[in-house]
Write a protein that binds this ligand. Structure first.
Ligand code: ATP
Ligand code: MG
Length: 383
């Protein structure tokens, strides 16, 4: 797929800006705090409806403005798409595709696919399980947009069930009174939760071998990566009834503890994804360089899997990560993506790039939310 152009209005530090992408590789260069990551964030929003930096739309709308607009012209293998998202400081978003306002925002998923790689992604290895669940969920949503709906249903039930358990804990309600309502929540939690855990498992099963191949390739066959899904409800038989039954049993076993703690203790909101390098946990044992390679291998695997499933290569968004990789790994990454997919790369310095790269790529300069073609040749000669 190819993103032809992007139009931003009152998004972050952009007042009004059209950006046309004229080559499969675009390098976006500028000093700190000029709007490089903001530009990639706009593309990320189109792909996932989420930003990995903030959860409130209010932060995405330019200060002093009320609404932000992100428009895109996208070429897909099945045809061209015009898409737009309107974000508001107050109120709901509007999603729009080919002259049509979409009734549900979630229907917008699948319009554009993208894999983002930024330095905060090291948190995937170093951070808590929530970071990894969030990452996996975003991937599953891109592969199967209906998952966004499933997950939001699960989270809704989880919230309501927790509210009821809190009342029990505080003594505001008695077990006897809550029992019928709790039984309803239990059944719904189990039904939605089973769908969540089975889909997560299915995607990781496909991703793991691809990630392993990349890890070996980048590390020169020295390292073996295992990516294991560790569901909180440990099921083996991949069959709806069996998983649901196990889930319900475990809920019942923890009923007293849940009442005591006032929250749901069983379910996929407690899942973990474990990365091991050469059979030891990457989080505690791997060096910084190994952790970077692992994240890079995961990102390349995501790219490949989305391409397989969707049938169209996603965009790759590289936010300031090249400088963090050593030369061999940089080279590996650039070689891999050379002809594969449209790539937007942000950087503060063009020195990081090989000259043949600079010549084949479109180079844009960003200053204070304004984008212009960069006069990079002058820079490289004077250095
Ligand atoms: P770095 O090289 O440090 O990563 P960057 O070019 O990626 O910098 P961005 O994160 O894209 O920087 O942009 C940061 C700028 O955008 C900051 O100056 C910030 O104040 C501004 N900004 C962020 N949100 C808003 C907003 N809602 N309204 C106005 N300006 C904003
Ligand atoms: Mg940035």
């Amino acid at each position: 797929m190819y993103l032809h152009s992007l139009y931003l209005q009152d998004f972050r530090n952009y007042r009004e800006q059209r950006v046309t992408f004229e080559a499969p590789k675009t390098i976006i260069v500028g000093p700190n705090a000029q709007g490089k990551s903001n530009l990639l964030e706009a593309v990320e929003l189109l792909a996932t409806l989420r930003s990995h930096r903030v959860s409130r739309d209010r932060d995405l709308v330019r200060q002093q403005a009320q609404t932000a607009r992100i428009e895109a012209q996208i070429q897909r293998s099945y045809g061209d798409l015009d898409a737009a998202l309107i974000l508001r400081t107050q109120g709901r978003r509007t999603a729009w595709r080919n002259q049509e306002t979409l009734r549900r925002q979630l229907d917008f998923l699948g319009t554009l696919n993208a894999v983002q790689f930024s330095c905060t992604d090291l948190e995937l290895v170093r951070g808590g399980p929530e970071t990894r669940r969030h990452w996996l969920d975003a991937l599953v949503m891109q592969l199967e947009p209906v998952y966004a709906h499933i997950l939001s249903q699960y989270n809704k039930v989880l919230k309501q069930r927790n509210a009821l358990l809190r009342k029990l804990k505080r003594g505001e309600m008695q077990r006897r009174e809550t029992a019928p309502q709790l039984a309803v929540w239990d059944a719904q939690l189990v039904a939605h939760g089973t769908r969540v855990t089975r889909r997560r498992a299915r995607v990781l099963r496909r991703l793991a071998p691809i990630a392993q191949t990349w890890q070996q390739r980048i590390s020169g066959a020295a390292e073996t990566l295992t990516t294991a899904y560790q569901p909180h409800v440990v099921w083996r038989e991949d069959e709806v009834q069996a998983v649901q039954q196990l889930f319900l049993q475990q809920l019942q076993q923890r009923a007293i503890a849940e009442q005591h703690q006032g929250r749901t203790l069983v379910g996929p909101h407690r899942d973990e994804i474990a990365f091991q390098l050469n059979d030891v946990p990457a989080r505690t044992y791997a060096s910084q360089g190994q952790q970077r390679t692992l994240v890079l291998a995961l990102k390349l695997a995501e790219l490949e899997l989305i391409e397989q499933v969707v049938g169209d290569a996603p965009l790759l968004l590289l936010d300031d990560v090249l400088a963090e990789l050593d030369l061999q790994r940089q080279h590996q990454l650039l070689e891999t993506i050379q002809a594969r997919c449209q790539t937007l790369i942000t950087t503060t310095h063009l020195q990081t790039f090989a000259s043949d790269w600079l010549h084949s790529a479109q180079v844009l300069a960003i200053q204070d939310g304004q984008v212009s073609p960069a006069n990079f040749l002058a820079n490289t000669i004077t250095r």
